[in-house]
Design a protein around this ligand. Structure first.
Ligand SMILES: O=C(O)CCC(=O)C(=O)O
Length: 261
């Protein structure tokens, strides 16, 4: 029998690179249901990343988060005995959305310290032409905390928030200095494949330069063992929950444990 403490190849890749590609995370049935739910949701016509927390309302997103095997997949990749749900978010880059999403880390926007994982699930084929995600390999392990910032409608940098907070440093210009970094993207994702990435991994998304190929991404954010509740200020306020004590494990209240105990 396999020693439970020996990391699997996927766990090793995730721990080393801060991102890993997982194939066939969705069944054909969930793929179809989620595509339909996304198309219904985006009828509201908001900016491309403004669709958040759908899982708090009854419907397909909630059903997927609570009843599918996604929590188990997260636990498996992270090597964690439990997984809790933070929130979900849509990223729909329609054809001819040329703007590159600015390089950023996710964690500074949320009231969490410690390990968190996004599962970014492709609902269409994804490649560099229609908006592949790009990562700075291993950047989750640098210990750098990058200042959160506001973006425009399409995700490009506008200005920093929390300018006076000494815990953060400004983002280097990763785009201008691409040669200095080990940048990683996956050449092709099939619908139903997912990228699992750490909340501290520096990443961006290419523009959708095609005229015909949509790029619908469904991202779900999870906490795993070691993550704690760290409410901060107006940046993280939208995910606060007074039933959790600061410093407590990030689970319970608004953030149900969906796998393990
Ligand atoms: O899919 C995108 O366009 C951006 C995704 C992203 O930045 C994220 O999930 O944190």
């Amino acid at each position: 029998m396999k020693d439970r403490t020996t990391p699997t190849p996927v766990q090793e890749a995730y721990a080393r690179d801060g991102v890993v590609l997982l194939q066939n995370v969705l069944t054909p049935d969930w793929l179809e249901k989620l595509r339909a739910a996304v198309d219904e949701e985006i009828k509201r016509g908001e900016r491309y990343f403004a669709y958040k927390n759908m899982r708090e309302r009854p419907g397909t997103f909630q059903d997927y988060c609570l009843t599918s095997d996604i929590g188990a997949r997260v636990a498996e990749v992270a090597g964690s005995p439990w997984t809790s749900l933070i929130y979900d978010q849509l990223f729909v880059k329609e054809p001819d959305t040329k703007t590159q999403t600015g390089w950023h880390t996710d964690q500074p926007y949320w009231p969490v310290a410690g390990p968190i994982m996004t599962m970014w699930i492709a609902l269409d084929e994804v490649d560099p032409d229609n908006g592949a995600l790009e990562f700075v390999r291993g950047s989750h392990a640098w210990g750098a905390k990058y200042r959160p910032f506001k973006t425009d409608q399409k995700g490009a940098f506008l200005h920093y928030m929390e300018e006076g907070n000494p815990d953060y440093i400004d983002m280097p210009d990763f785009e201008a200095d691409r040669d200095r970094y080990d940048m990683l993207h996956f050449a092709h994702m099939n619908p139903g494949d997912a990228l699992a990435f750490d909340g501290m991994t520096v990443h961006s998304a290419m523009g959708n330069r095609t005229t015909t190929r949509r790029r619908r991404g469904y991202a779900i954010r999870f906490a795993v063992e070691g993550a704690t509740y760290e409410p901060r200020d107006s940046v993280t306020e939208w995910l606060h929950d007074d039933s959790l004590a600061p410093g407590a494990p990030f689970r319970g209240g608004r953030f149900p444990v969906i796998h393990g105990a």
